[in-house]
Ligand binder design. Structure first.
Ligand code: GAL
Length: 656
């Protein structure tokens, strides 16, 4: 189990480094991410490298038994670089420049930035590839975090090259983008510019390709750095830190290039439900590389600095969120950062060693957590998950394009479905519609608007093979180019679902009032739907629920169809959270999926990892676990002992 955090010794005089190593040992730290923002310290000017200080830090850490997750330091070019080569600076959609003075001011496709970054990584990798302290490589930092997309001339050149690789000639692009519309036809790839500021809405297929390009351009940078590390003889695992379900990057397409997945996670302590969204992110990270434990690379020991109001974590909350990550497949718990900065934008961000010193609650909790994590048994990344929730970045990009029947936050809806299973203590993997789904009892596919033929066939085969699929409104609408297939909507899954959608029936949404809802009555109960009230042409499915009010009163709203050995449900709206809960409970019960432990309160999380049952209390309310769970593995705990506020417990075997 890795334990530690980002270590920025360049912010401190050398005598502090000895104290750092001493305190790291006291806290049980065994890994630090070193040099993440040290480019300007390593390279004072082009061609001038200063590694003396880094040699000394590395040697001190190694002597202290602390491993290094060595950063390639490329996330923030020093000011000398943009002074000498202003063309490395990125631009926004209106052509304004992002200047240096903060961080991440580089155009990922700039040939000069790439050369400078390659020279830096080569120097670092050649010097330290065989240093005994290096156990992992930390490439760049949170790719795309601040700069979600670059629209500079560098990007224009690279975008055109990317499009040339994707399309077999300009006519193929014209066809895919539907450029006969609004006189957008291109005669040559050179006429194409990134989706910069325009008078009105931009071509949606072009926007979708620009998102794909942006994700691929950053991946290309990551690959460049990784190959430099390998060429220099670095054999240690290579990773970069992800940001949960971060919109700009299709992490699924990146996952094969990472030796292990690493995630940064900052749930808001002031939001009593933020642990649920964190659980979704952790399941997503685990699912990106099934079978390989991931690492929680960054979290805050206490408060952050970048929200409007930055609440501290409650006593125990930091440990509860850490154990949640371990329960959901992490083999490392790391923080931003080791020692609190004295100056700079993040001086109010908490750290493992707070500015207020080691007499603090934070430090005590850090030491305690280090001890607890060290006592955990070695576990595989196998987490019990009978349900797959379908989430696909490319679909999210397409579904959130403008000019749709109704605009909504797709990720929020996906997370709500996850929360519905989470509240019921049922494990969920987050999968792509093209993944092998055959092992799951239930697959939930919300708003699968963009669906490729291959993914549609995969979902149909899943149902035919005995699976239970729940699909909901605004699904199977366009192909990978954001184009309607001929023949209407629900064209690929019509047979599996036994219906066609003929009209999307957008419901009014209004930021200041509750969204308009419709009632769906089903067997004596009802649920509320929002965003869509679709008109269905049911050809061969059983109608389980009907719209109880609104324009479609009496028309089918929830259907099921037995298809081969399985069942496909379709819901023509998006339920509110309560409705999702009711529906999920019903479908899980129908598919024989039971909670990990019966009768637990909603704020207690229950997960089985490699046969170990984790219970985590994410609230102030104490909770008594059923004594039938047996003896916890922690020394000194007895079966049936109360789990206090933000407490947790691990039981040696899965619940009966
Ligand atoms: C992360 C970043 C760290 C630090 C942290 C603060 O996004 O990787 O360098 O800025 O946030 O919460």
């Amino acid at each position: 189990m890795y334990y530690g955090g980002d270590y920025n010794p360049e912010q401190w005089p050398e005598p502090v480094w000895d104290d750092d190593v001493r305190l790291m040992r006291a806290a049980g730290v065994n890994l630090v991410s070193l040099g993440v923002f040290a480019w300007a310290r390593i390279q004072r000017a082009e061609g001038e490298f200063d590694f003396g200080w880094l040699d000394r830090v590395m040697d001190k850490l190694h002597a202290g038994g602390i491993g290094v997750n060595l950063a390639t330091a490329t996330a923030s070019p020093p000011p000398w670089a943009s002074r000498a080569y202003p063309e490395i600076l990125p631009k926004d959609a209106s052509g304004a420049t992002y200047w240096p003075g903060s961080r991440q001011a580089y155009a990922p496709t700039s040939p000069v930035y790439r050369r400078l970054a390659a020279e830096l990584v080569t120097a670092i990798a050649e010097r330290y590839a065989s240093h005994p302290a290096v156990v992992m490589w930390h490439v760049n930092n949170e790719y795309g975090c601040h700069l979600h997309a670059d629209y500079s001339d560098n990007a224009a050149v690279a975008f055109r090259a990317w499009l040339r690789g994707r399309y077999d000639g300009i006519e193929a692009l014209n066809e895919a983008w539907g450029t006969t519309f609004w006189s957008q036809r291109y005669g040559d790839f050179e006429e194409i510019v990134p989706p910069r500021l325009a008078p009105y809405s931009l071509n949606p297929s072009g926007l979708l390709d620009f998102k794909r390009f942006t994700s691929d351009a950053l991946l290309d940078l990551y690959r460049m750095e990784k190959s430099i590390i390998r060429a220099a003889g670095g054999v240690q695992p290579v990773t970069t830190n992800f940001l949960g379900a971060f919109e700009p990057i299709d992490y699924r397409s990146w996952a094969p290039d990472l030796d292990l997945i690493a995630d940064d996670s900052y749930p808001d302590p002031a939001d009593a439900e933020s642990f649920r969204a964190a659980a979704f992110d952790r399941d997503l990270m685990r699912s990106l590389k099934p079978g390989v434990p991931w690492v929680l690379m960054e979290q805050a020991p206490d408060a952050v600095n970048w929200r409007t109001s930055n609440a501290p974590k409650a006593p125990g909350q930091m440990a509860a969120l850490s154990v949640q990550a371990v329960a959901r497949g992490a083999d490392g718990v790391m923080f931003f950062q080791w020692r609190q900065s004295r100056s700079g934008s993040e001086k109010f961000h908490s750290a493992m060693v707070p500015h207020a010193g080691t007499g603090t609650r934070t430090w005590k909790e850090i030491v305690e957590l280090g001890r607890d994590l060290a006592s955990f048994p070695r576990m595989s990344a196998d987490v019990e998950a009978p349900v797959a929730l379908v989430y696909d970045w490319q679909n999210r990009w397409a579904v959130e394009n403008s000019d749709h029947p109704v605009r909504f936050d797709h990720l929020e809806v996906v997370r709500q479905w996850h929360a519905a299973a989470h509240r019921r203590h049922v494990g969920v993997d987050v999968r792509h519609p093209g993944d092998d789904l055959s092992g799951y009892a239930v697959v939930i596919a919300p708003q699968l608007y963009l669906l490729t033929d291959a993914s549609a066939a995969n979902l149909a085969a899943y149902v035919a093979g005995g699976g239970t699929l729940l699909m909901s409104a605004f699904s199977d609408v366009v192909d990978e180019h954001d184009m309607f297939p001929l023949g209407g909507f629900t064209t690929r899954l019509a047979d599996t679902l036994g219906l066609r959608v003929t009209d999307f029936g957008a419901l009014p949404v209004d930021g200041t009032h509750d969204a308009t809802t419709v009632t769906v009555s089903l067997e004596g109960t009802s649920l509320k739907g929002r965003l869509f009230a679709e008109e269905l042409d049911v050809t061969d499915a059983t109608v389980l629920g009907r719209f109880g009010d609104g324009r479609l009163r009496g028309r089918p709203a929830l259907t099921s169809r037995v298809s081969g050995a399985g069942t496909a449900y379709y819901l023509a709206t998006v339920p509110d959270e309560e409705g999702m809960g009711a529906l999920v409970a019903r479908i899980l019960a129908g598919a024989g999926v039971r909670p990990v432990v019966d009768g637990l309160p909603e704020h207690v999380e229950a997960v089985v990892r490699d046969g170990h049952l984790f219970l985590v209390n994410h609230s102030e309310e104490p909770f008594t676990p059923p004594s039938s769970l047996g003896r916890p593995i922690e020394a000194g705990s007895e079966a049936g002992d109360v789990i206090g506020a933000y407490g947790w417990r691990v039981f040696g075997r899965a619940a009966p």
